[in-house]
Design a protein around this ligand. Structure first.
Ligand SMILES: Nc1ncnc2c1ncn2[C@@H]1O[C@H](COP(=O)(O)OP(=O)(O)O)[C@@H](O)[C@H]1O
Ligand SMILES: [Mg+2]
Ligand SMILES: [Zn+2]
Length: 245
């Protein structure tokens, strides 16, 4: 059992999400001195395989919670839809159902999406969290990989295999043929593998089609189905009195 098998637990500590083993992934049988594999072990291995993927909630959003501002100040319909989605998180991830938050800047889309990723990590799922521009930068970096370094194909495969792919600010990236192709292959691959995705975007569906192409958007629409959450309204960044209450 190599130490690095456990490195990627959600909170960075060794613990068993099922409370069945000591966090090592193995359950000791005192009677015959044998060991059996705990359910958590395969999950930890899967997590280790997706190393190199960003699974860290940005500091600003680490404390997000349904019980506190700003979430308590947000559109109650949007918040309820996210709460319900999280209530069925395991099923949603297993069935590749996604969540799409669209609307104006400063309405809480990123905050709500972080609640989803936070819960997925808490439930020991693998999550990749990227803003669209940072994801593209990360993909570009794999292109110049030296021998022994991670190749594009490896990174792409990891992005396709995580339980949840979280893309913030879809459509904010500069569009080139290359960008559109990267995005399409990623979304299409996850669509075919029935893997879940959470996206936020400032664009409407029509605008997004113009920006990233109708093929990619139609996959997203199908994946997110009922869970396309409109969040329009004033920019809360310009309403400090609300935020500071
Ligand atoms: N409805 C709201 N009421 C008060 N503050 C909010 C509200 N929505 C968002 N905020 C705050 O505004 C800022 C932007 O939120 P964010 O989730 O990044 O919005 P978006 O992704 O929609 O641009 C954050 O500081 C957040 O805490
Ligand atoms: Mg945002
Ligand atoms: Zn265990």
């Amino acid at each position: 059992m190599a130490e690095d098998e456990y490195r990627f637990s959600a909170n960075g500590e060794l613990h068993c999400p099922y409370g069945r083993c000591d966090g090592s992934g193995w359950i000791l049988n005192e009677e015959n001195d044998g060991v059996v594999e705990c359910e958590c072990r395969q999950q930890r291995l899967a997590r280790a395989r997706v190393s190199g993927i960003n699974s860290v909630i940005p500091k600003k959003f680490r404390g997000v919670s349904f019980d506190r501002p700003p979430v308590t100040d947000m559109d109650p319909n949007a918040v309820q839809t996210v709460r319900d989605w999280i209530g069925h998180l395991g099923n949603n991830l297993d069935q590749g159902r996604g969540l799409w938050l669209m609307g104006d800047t400063g309405t809480g889309k990123t905050t709500l999406a972080m609640l989803v990723s936070k819960e997925a990590l808490k439930q020991n799922r693998t999550v990749a969290i990227y803003s669209m521009p940072s994801l593209l930068t990360r993909i570009r970096a794999t292109y110049g990989a030296e021998a022994g370094e991670e190749s594009y194909a490896e990174f792409f495969e990891r992005l396709c295999e995580v339980d949840l792919l979280h893309i913030d600010d879809l459509g904010a990236e500069k569009q080139t043929e290359w960008v559109l192709e990267q995005l399409y292959s990623l979304i299409n691959e996850r669509y075919e593998r029935e893997k879940s995705i959470v996206v936020t975007t400032n664009l409407t569906q029509d605008q997004l089609e113009q920006q990233i192409g109708p093929r990619t958007v139609s996959r997203l629409v199908e994946m997110c189905g009922e869970s396309m959450i409109p969040m329009f309204g004033e920019d809360a960044r310009h309403k400090p009195q609300l935020r500071d209450l």
